[in-house]
Write a protein that binds this ligand. Structure first.
Ligand SMILES: [Zn+2]
Ligand SMILES: [Zn+2]
Length: 765
């Protein structure tokens, strides 16, 4: 036996990544204790700084633990070490953080209530029994309550709540799961609930009781959540849901529903494993899932829609609203929609909610923990077992996206629909939460304040701004207005879409990809409205290899809102007659038909468009699915829903492609002729839709195979690829032909993902 020679070693470790607000310092403490080491850990604005001293072997094991056993919410990007002279000493200190050296900051998103906290909340023996604000190092609000980094209580909206002796003991006890949990509180020292109506205010349990009573009676409740106010009502009560729809001036746009648990979700929708994991995970987005036909829900939740947006209760207050065991029974499914009037930003301050929701809500369930940053619910769907983001917001923002190349400090302002912007520096991009459609002053103001906040939170001071090349976009105007001498790079819309999916997949741009950008609208350099494009692209540039044949979009938005007009335009362009037997023709009043024909023949008030989204509208109209829409892509969404059941076994329509031109021109005329003949023959809309989806999928494969002598990666982006049926068909067909296919996993294919692509293109000039 040889004696083991041990020696002491002291090191400083700098850990960068998402390590603040995720229980990282307590974790460091417990690992240090397990290895009998002394030292300290503190947050600084660039991450966590650890000093440890102990047996050299233990130091090695401790270092391995840092990455191998890190808390579930931590994302460790790098660990740097530096040897220091040993100094001895006892104990381990979690130091207060007061330094700020302008380094890189990664704040954590908000996290849904964890199982441990849920158990305490429903345990009558626990001191946090029925507590509406229970949280711990593994869960609770983060992004929406942090004013600035580092993430310490003083920098959050919990600063005003002094901890009681019991909470302070937990906060300072390294063995406690609330050790240094910044929003820690209890019924004695935390925020309090209140319920307001025109008649007055009640507090605490009776506030909750009255809120539940309102819901049970069919009323509409404004309820303060994590990132803003929701409007809630009983999802099983047709009158209540119809009334909410009426008050919100919502049109047919679907409402999301909230359920207390996964088993309730299974009762109303088809939930596969991947959707179940997303529903019950820490981020708790709204997941779009196929609705059960017989689900006991009001029809007006999602009229004509085959899917349902479902989320699980994620805040402790939600759990109480549904009721704990022993509470009076209330609705088991609630409509939960953003607290706003259609199109406006979500209400997040109490005063604003009382004012702006006055004609929408019958009662307000509120509390006095301030929401600093508004953050809408995220929306995802699952395609082939993979997450497809539709809206990336609460639970995700402000997690950074790693970039495949280093960029200077930049701001990309995104687009005008479903706006999300992004700041970036070196190899990180931080995408904002969902801002909304930039069509009113309130949304522009929300953009302003979110932009300032994200700069503060990340420490990025943009030297370059990137915007869409559309001269009429408000986001582009904002960029020029706020440039202050900084360069503003403009990026073509569909190029940005393709770049965003490339960036997500870590492509460095050395090889060009074959990008299919299919969406509703985007400004083309020829002044036309693009949207059915095949681009050969890298970050530096693109070549337009193919486009959908231009058809006249007569009168702009009016043709977007009335798909029958698009159908008539497409028929006219294809040389097909406006036969009275066609649903689109019947839907168009005589006067309008005459004026439209005049417009098409003279070009008056028409813009040429190659939009794939509009072609979906036209086909949906011809098939009789829908003639007018109340929200973007409604006709296409309903067509997709109807087509799913006929997905297999049906034949396909076929586009004509003229490869002899540059760019190649995709002519939908044969598709339209076949649709018309199917309509005449009495073929149902589901079969027509299925044949059309297959035609688009076949088109993509045909084009990809035609233009690539060598092998290219194929990138799919643009709002049309939110269509799960199409995305699945296109991806599978391409892969069967040997193509590598990249699709969106981190940011939405719609304009909510545009800013990421803008960053890379704008910095590659
Ligand atoms: Zn917890
Ligand atoms: Zn307390």
């Amino acid at each position: 036996m040889t004696a083991t020679v041990t020696h002491r070693r002291r090191i400083r470790i700098c850990v960068r990544g998402v390590v603040q607000g995720v229980g990282f310092r307590p974790f460091v403490y417990t690992r240090a204790a397990a290895h009998a080491m002394t030292g300290s850990v503190r947050n600084d604005s660039s991450g966590a700084i650890i000093e440890v001293e102990g047996d050299a072997t233990n130091v090695d094991e401790f270092l391995a633990d840092l990455t191998d056993r890190a808390p579930p919410l931590a994302v460790i990007e790098s660990v740097e070490t530096q040897d220091l002279p040993v100094v001895g000493g006892t104990g381990f200190v979690i130091a207060d953080t007061s330094r700020s050296d302008g380094g890189r900051t990664l704040a954590s998103p908000d996290v849904a209530m964890c199982a441990d906290c849920a158990a305490e909340q429903s345990d009558p023996a626990d001191r946090r029994y029925r507590h509406a604000f229970v949280n711990c190092t593994n869960c609770g609000p983060r992004f929406t309550i942090i004013a600035s980094l580092p993430y310490d209580r003083a920098n959050t909206t919990m600063a005003d709540f002094g901890m009681c002796a019991d909470c302070a003991r937990e906060y300072h006890d390294p063995a406690d799961r609330r050790f240094h949990a910044q929003p820690v509180c209890c019924p004695n020292c935390g925020p309090t609930l209140s319920y307001r109506t025109g008649d007055g205010i009640t507090a605490g349990e009776s506030a909750l009781h009255r809120a539940r009573l309102l819901l049970r009676g069919g009323g509409i409740l404004a309820v303060k959540g994590i990132g803003g106010y929701h409007l809630a009502c009983d999802a099983g009560n047709e009158d209540a849901v119809a009334e909410l729809r009426h008050r919100k001036r919502r049109g047919d746009k679907p409402f999301a529903v909230m359920v207390p648990d996964l088993s309730t979700a299974h009762g109303i929708a088809d939930i596969d494993d991947a959707s179940g994991r997303l529903l019950s995970g820490t981020q708790r987005p709204i997941v779009l899932v196929p609705r059960h036909g017989a689900a006991p829900l009001a029809d007006s939740i999602a009229p004509h829609n085959h899917d349902l947006g479902v989320m699980l209760a994620y805040a402790p207050l939600h759990a109480l609203l549904f009721g704990l065991p022993g509470d009076e029974t209330g609705p088991s499914v609630l409509v939960m929609t953003s607290g706003n009037l259609g199109g406006e930003p979500i209400c997040f301050s109490d005063d604003d909610a009382l004012k702006r929701l006055i004609h929408l809500a019958d009662g307000w369930l509120m509390h006095d923990r301030e929401i600093l940053v508004p953050c809408d619910d995220s929306v995802v769907r699952v395609v082939d077992g993979m997450e497809l983001p539709i809206r990336r917001s609460r639970g995700y923002s402000p997690l950074p996206v790693a970039l495949p190349m280093s960029v200077p400090p930049s701001l990309a302002v995104g687009g005008d629909l479903k706006n999300t912007f992004a700041v970036a520096d070196q190899k990180y991009a931080w995408l904002s939460q969902h801002i909304g459609d930039m069509d009113d002053l309130a949304t522009l103001a929300a953009f302003d304040s979110a932009e300032r906040h994200l700069e503060r939170l990340t420490g990025v001071g943009p030297q370059t701004i990137v915007a869409d090349s559309h001269p009429g976009y408000r986001s582009t105007a904002w960029a020029h207005r706020n440039a202050g001498g900084r360069p503003v790079h403009s990026v073509q819309h569909h190029h940005a879409h393709i770049a965003s999916v490339m960036a997500e997949h870590g492509l460095d741009g050395a090889r060009r990809v074959l990008g299919f950008a299919f969406d509703g609208t985007g400004y083309g350099p020829d002044g036309a409205i693009w949207g059915g494009e095949m681009l050969l692209a890298d970050y530096k540039g693109y070549q337009r290899l193919a486009q959908l044949k231009y058809v006249p979009l007569a009168g702009g938005d009016v043709s977007v809102l009335r798909p029958y007009r698009m159908a008539l335009s497409h028929l006219w362009a294809a040389g097909l007659s406006w036969d009275d037997g066609l649903p689109s023709v019947r839907a168009c009043p005589d006067d309008e038909r005459r004026i439209l024909l005049h417009q098409l023949e003279t070009g008056l008030g028409c813009a040429p468009t190659s939009s794939m989204g509009r072609l979906f509208d036209a086909v949906a109209s011809l098939a009789g699915v829908r003639q007018t829409v109340a929200y973007e892509a409604q006709a296409a969404i309903e067509l997709e829903g109807m087509s799913r059941d006929f997905d297999s076994g049906t034949t396909s329509y076929a586009f004509a492609v003229d490869m002899g031109r540059t760019p190649a021109v995709i002519d939908p005329a044969p598709v339209l002729a076949a649709v018309v003949s199917d309509v005449d023959a009495g073929v149902g809309p589901g079969v027509i839709g299925a044949r059309f989806h297959r035609a688009v999928a076949a088109l993509v494969v045909e084009l990809a195979a035609a233009v690539t002598s060598g092998r290219h990666t194929v990138a799919l982006s643009g709002g049309v690829f939110q269509n799960a049926l199409l995305l699945r068909q296109v991806s599978r067909a391409l892969r069967e032909k040997g193509f590598e296919v990249i699709t969106h996993r981190l940011v939405p294919p719609n304009d909510g993902g545009l800013a990421l692509g803008q960053l890379l293109v704008g910095n590659s000039g």
